[in-house]
Design a protein around this ligand. Structure first.
Ligand code: ADP
Ligand code: LRH
Length: 479
C-alpha cells in the first residue's frame, strides 16, 4: 500500500497527514499537528515561517515513510527571496494592517470593475495584488529576485526547486481565470514585475525531490518526490467534497474561514457578481471556485482566545441552549478581519444595530454561530442565482464539521440537507491528487466517489421553516 504525505497548513494549525490508498480504501492518519501562531513584531503581524517549516520536518520524520509529499496552505501570502535564494524577512500575515487604504490607490490606475472583469477576484484587502502595492517602496521588495507563495516557499526549501502553483496563484488577483494564465494587462498597468514569479505549475506536476539534507534530517528513504497539489488549501478541500455523480451541490469549507459557493466550469464575471463580492478562484482541472469569503470560525477562535481557552465542547453545549437568532452580526464584514477584542467588537456591532447585546460566552458563541449560518445561507442563495445553478444539497467540509450545532443551523438556514465531512478535507484532496498523479485513482468524480464510500459523513436535515432566517436576513440588510 502506498503512503502519500499531505502537508496542510491552516491559519490556526499545521498538520502532516499520511494517506494510504487500497483498491477500495482510503485511510488518513495524523502524523503531526502543530500550532500556527502568528507573531506581532514591531513591523507588524508576521507568520512564524521557521517554526512552520520545523513542524513540516517533524511531521515528515513522524510519517516515517513517503511515496510522495504534497503541500497546501492558506492563500495570498508569500516570502521574498534575494538573488542568493535567501528569505528576506518573515512573510507578512494577511491580517496585517499594511493594506489599509491601498485599494483606492490601485483603483485609480485600474478601476475596480475592470480589475474584476480581468481577474474575477473578490475585493479583499489582503489579495496579493494589494499587498504588493502596499510594499511597493519597501527595501525588501526592491531587493527581491523571487516571490514564492507559502506552499511554494516550503516546497522550495524541501526540494531546491521553485515554481508557482496555479490554484494558489489565482488568489493573487494577478491571474485571468479565463486564460488560466497571468493577467498581463493588469500586471503591466500596475507595474508588477512578473519575473518575480517562478514558472506556473499545475496540480499533478512533479515539483522536485526532497533534498539529501531533508532526507537525512527526517530519516526518510529517498528518492521522495514532491508532487504539486492544489496548493491553495481551499482548492484541495473542494477537490475532497464527497459529492457523488450528478449531485447538484454547494460546498462550505469551514475552518478559520467559511468559503461558501459552487464549483463551476467557467468564471462568472458579471457586474452583479462583483457587486455581491463573489470570487472566481481556480480549482482542480480548470474548474472555478465560485465563492464568498465569510469570516468563519475565526470569530469564535478569537473569542475563545480572549476568554482564556475554555473547553469548546462545553461552550457549544451551552450555546445550543441559548434562544436562537436574538442577535446576529454580518459575518462577511471585513471589520472583523483584524485580531483582538473580538467579544467587544461583536457586542459593539449588536449595540449599533439596536439588537440585544450578547453577554455571556455562551450568548456570544450563539450569536456567532447564528451569524455564520445566516451568512452561509446568503452566500449559497446568491451564488445559485448569480451562476444560475440551483443546488439540492450543501456539503460542509473542514474543521467546522466537528461543530454539530453549526452544521444543523446551516441546514436550517439554507432549508437544504447538509452532508458534513470530512473534517480534514484539504489533506484528503492533497493526498488524492498525489495518488492520481501516481495513477492510483481516476478523475475528479472517481476521487469523490472514493471519498463518499470511505469517509464517515453526517447528514443534517433542515428543521422548521426558513422564514425566521429570511426575516433575520432582512433585518441585517436594513442595518
Ligand atoms: P484551519 O485549517 O483554517 O486552521 P480547521 O479546518 O482546522 O481550520 O478548523 C479549525 C476550527 O474547527 C476551530 O477553530 C474550531 O472552531 C473547529 N473545531 C475543531 N475541532 C473541533 C471540535 N472538536 N468541536 C467543535 N469545533 C471544532
Ligand atoms: C483559507 C484561505 C481562504 C483565503 C484565506 C486567506 O485557509 O486559504 O481560501 O481566502 O485563507
Amino acid at each position: 500500500m502506498k503512503s502519500y504525505v499531505a502537508v496542510d497548513l491552516g491559519a490556526s494549525s499545521g498538520r502532516v497527514m499520511v494517506g494510504r490508498l487500497g483498491p477500495d480504501s482510503l485511510d488518513l492518519t495524523e502524523a503531526h499537528r502543530f500550532p500556527n501562531r502568528p507573531v506581532r513584531t514591531p513591523e507588524g503581524l508576521r507568520w512564524d515561517i521557521l517554526s512552520l517549516y520545523a513542524g513540516v520536518l517533524d511531521g515528515l520524520r513522524a510519517a516515517g515513510q513517503a511515496d510522495s509529499v504534497g503541500i497546501d496552505s492558506w492563500a495570498v501570502d508569500y516570502g521574498l527571496l534575494d538573488a542568493d535564494g535567501a528569505l528576506l524577512g518573515n512573510p507578512v500575515h494577511y491580517r496585517d494592517a499594511r493594506t489599509e487604504g491601498v485599494a483606492e490607490k490601485v483603483w485609480a490606475t485600474v478601476p475596480a470593475d475592470e480589475l474584476y472583469a480581468r481577474t474575477g477576484l473578490q475585493y479583499a484587502p489582503f489579495n496579493t495584488l494589494y499587498q504588493l502595492a502596499a510594499a511597493r517602496s519597501s527595501a525588501q521588495l526592491a531587493h527581491a529576485e523571487r516571490l514564492l507563495l507559502i506552499p511554494d516557499l516550503l516546497s522550495y526549501w524541501l526540494t531546491g526547486r521553485a515554481g508557482t502553483e496555479l490554484t494558489n496563484a489565482s488568489t493573487t488577483q494577478l491571474i485571468d481565470p479565463r486564460t488560466r494564465d497571468w493577467s498581463y494587462d493588469v500586471t503591466s498597468r500596475l507595474g508588477i514585475d512578473l519575473t518575480l514569479f517562478a514558472p506556473l505549475r499545475r496540480p499533478g506536476d512533479p515539483a522536485g525531490l526532497l533534498r539529501p539534507e531533508v532526507l537525512e534530517e527526517t530519516g526518510l528513504t529517498g528518492p521522495v518526490p514532491v508532487t504539486t497539489v492544489g496548493s491553495h488549501d481551499t482548492a484541495s478541500a473542494v477537490a475532497a467534497v464527497p459529492a457523488t455523480g450528478g449531485e447538484r451541490f454547494a460546498y462550505i469549507c469551514t475552518g478559520t474561514w467559511s468559503l461558501a459557493g459552487l464549483e463551476l466550469d467557467a468564471p462568472v464575471l458579471t457586474e452583479a457578481s462583483r457587486a455581491a463580492n463573489f470570487t472566481n478562484e481556480l480549482g482542480l482541472d480548470g474548474t472555478v471556485r465560485y465563492l464568498r469569503n465569510i469570516m468563519g470560525l475565526w470569530l469564535l477562535q478569537e473569542c475563545v482566545r480572549s476568554w482564556g481557552n475554555p473547553d469548546l465542547a462545553t461552550l457549544l453545549g451551552e450555546a445550543a441552549d441559548v434562544p436562537p437568532l436574538r442577535s446576529v452580526v454580518d459575518a462577511g464584514d471585513a471589520a472583523f478581519l483584524a485580531p483582538g477584542r473580538m467579544p467587544a467588537r461583536i457586542a459593539d456591532a449588536c449595540r449599533d444595530a439596536g439588537l440585544p447585546v450578547p453577554e455571556s460566552p455562551a450568548e456570544v458563541t450563539r450569536c456567532i454561530l447564528d451569524s455564520l449560518a445566516l451568512a452561509h445561507r446568503r452566500a449559497i442563495t446568491e451564488a445559485q442565482a448569480l451562476a444560475d445553478r440551483p443546488v439540492d444539497v450543501v456539503h460542509i467540509v473542514g474543521g467546522g464539521t466537528r461543530n454539530a450545532l453549526l452544521c444543523q443551523l446551516t441546514a436550517d438556514a439554507c432549508g437544504l440537507p447538509v452532508v458534513a465531512g470530512p473534517p480534514e478535507a484539504a489533506a484528503l484532496g492533497n493526498v488524492l491528487v498525489q495518488a492520481r498523479a501516481d495513477g492510483l485513482v481516476g478523475d475528479r468524480a472517481a476521487m469523490r466517489e472514493l471519498l463518499a464510500r470511505t469517509q464517515p459523513l453526517t447528514r443534517y436535515e433542515p428543521r422548521g421553516s426558513t422564514a425566521v432566517w429570511q426575516a433575520a436576513e432582512e433585518r441585517l440588510a436594513r442595518q
